[in-house]
Design a protein around this ligand. Structure first.
Ligand SMILES: NC(=O)C[C@H](N)C(=O)O
Length: 492
């Protein structure tokens, strides 16, 4: 029999309803898996007592026929979502010990549907990073190892704990957030699926803010169907987030059939970057062939401002971060450092110097610089204009096609430490993910194959605003054709 931890979320839900196992058994198997995999450092806080309490409630609800969609499903929550009564750190010393008195909209929806929270997952500090190495709680290890080397690999970031926990089967699925690729790049590195919905689809209420015009929550799971099930629960209007969209949420999972007839899928020429790994380029082509086999028409398209997306993102995101992170002043949240004999300003400075990690400080400085008088016009305003051009590129392209297909990240998972001293090399991870972030579009990563060293590679599908259903269905078709069955070894 398949181990309980190997089941997909959809199969767990079906097995629970068929009384093949109880929610308490299901949660117990996952709690044991979490304990056995602490070497991965995927969790910042484990909450087995919460999970078992939810399992007990789920078993009662299942017996009484009143169970929610996610009753008894073991989930991990990225430690950027405020969870009532459970420490929420954003992986920063600044918030160490912060226990929110409220639950984020998204985690409240998941828990309200019966999910069992196993704990809070590690991430890059304040979601700034692509490797999980900026966490104040130590890096996460990828559960994958390359065939040709024993080097420890990063799980990607910033939702690296989420990706590692899902890939290592410690949870059925996890929440992620994505500002410039934080769901999609780690999903690609870990051989799992993840979707960043349209900006506004999921409420940001109760999510620690990084760059408010870009931040979006989304699900990460081992299959596209599981992502669809979760997104259906996470999405929805919330008046407490002024950018939350008041539009109906379709039944994403029910609509999945992998039939792409009548769909035109664009291959953006500018994403074919110089020096792209031959294996990745071949997989991209393969993905186009799979989509064609599923009935789609493939067309070559152009997004002329693609090359400007990365520099634009790395102005806009730090600018917003510098503003959002001004609230960590030692007065209201978490850490407070009071130098002896110092005044209020000394307290601010000492707190912020001690509480923020190096990458966060870098972004605050860049953000403050590009917003400062004299530089605002040259950098921030200019970046906003270029952002509008990038969004216009997508509007034009979606007159010629319904969806876009690209690689998710330029490489497979890289070795720990190999890019941590080189911010530009780290930022380059986001080259294929930031354009759709800047345009606010839904985009997902689907595990599509392995590179020469046996490491996962993902393909990205980008859609029109609010067309998560179309993105998921194309992802479903690719997933089915790819038949991705590789899994990380239990080497940790
Ligand atoms: N937050 C994200 O989406 C990750 C991105 N690499 C960043 O550091 O900004």
């Amino acid at each position: 029999m398949t181990a309980l931890t190997d089941l997909t979320l959809a199969d767990m839900a079906a097995g629970l309803r068929a009384r093949e196992f109880s929610a308490t058994e299901l949660v117990g198997a996952h709690v044991a898996a979490v304990e056995g995999a602490r070497a991965l450092n995927a969790f910042i806080t484990e909450t087995p007592e919460h999970a078992f309490a939810a399992a007990k409630a789920a078993d009662a609800a299942l017996a009484g026929g009143s169970a929610g969609v996610l009753a008894g499903i073991p989930l991990g929550i990225k430690d950027l979502f405020a969870t009532e009564g459970v420490e929420t750190t954003a992986a920063s010393d600044m918030l160490r010990g912060f226990v929110p008195r409220y639950e984020s909209f998204v985690s409240a929806k998941l828990l309200g549907a019966g999910a069992a929270m196993l704990g809070k997952l590690n991430l890059d500090q304040f979601a700034m990073g692509s490797s999980n190495e900026t966490s104040a709680f130590g890096n996460v290890l990828s559960p994958w190892r390359a065939r040709n080397s024993n080097a420890a690999l990063t799980p990607g970031g910033s939702s690296g704990g989420s990706a590692a926990a899902v890939a290592a089967r410690l949870v059925a699925a996890a929440t992620g957030t994505d500002t410039g690729g934080s769901i999609r790049q780690p999903a690609a590195f870990a051989g799992i699926a993840g979707i960043k919905p349209t900006y506004g689809r999921c409420s940001r209420w109760g999510i620690v803010a990084f760059a408010s015009s870009l931040d979006q929550a989304g699900p990460m799971a081992r299959t596209v169907t599981d992502c669809a099930l979760l997104l259906g629960v996470m999405a929805g209007h919330d008046p407490r987030d002024s950018t939350s969209l008041d539009v109906p949420v379709p039944d994403y999972a029910a609509a999945l059939d992998g039939d792409l007839r009548g769909k035109r899928i664009g291959i953006p020429r500018e994403y074919r970057m110089e020096g792209m790994d031959a294996g990745l380029e071949a997989l991209w082509q393969q993905g186009a062939d799979w989509a064609r086999d599923a009935g789609a028409e493939i067309v070559e398209v152009s997004l002329p401002h693609t090359a400007q997306a990365l520099p634009t993102y790395y102005i806009v995101a730090p600018a917003e971060a510098s503003s959002n992170l001004a609230r960590y002043d030692g007065v209201r949240y978490g850490l407070r450092v009071t130098p002896e004999g110092g005044n209020l300003n000394d307290m601010y400075a000492a707190t912020r110097a001690a509480g923020f990690g190096a990458e966060v400080r870098r972004r605050i400085m860049i953000g403050t610089y590009v917003l400062s008088a004299g530089y605002y016009d040259a950098y921030y305003l200019q970046a906003q204009k270029v952002r509008a051009l990038i969004a216009r590129d997508f509007q034009n392209v979606f007159k010629q096609c319904d969806l876009l297909l690209t690689p998710t990240a330029p490489t497979s998972a890289f070795a720990l430490g190999s890019k941590s001293d080189d911010p530009i090399a780290m930022y380059l991870n986001d080259v294929f993910t930031v354009p759709s972030s800047l345009a606010g579009l839904p985009a997902m990563s689907v595990p599509a194959g392995l590179d020469d060293n046996g490491l996962p590679l993902g393909l990205q599908v980008i859609g029109r605003p609010l067309d998560e259903a179309g993105v998921l269905n194309a992802g479903f078709a690719l997933e089915r054709a790819a038949g991705f069955a590789a899994r990380p070894d239990n080497w940790w």
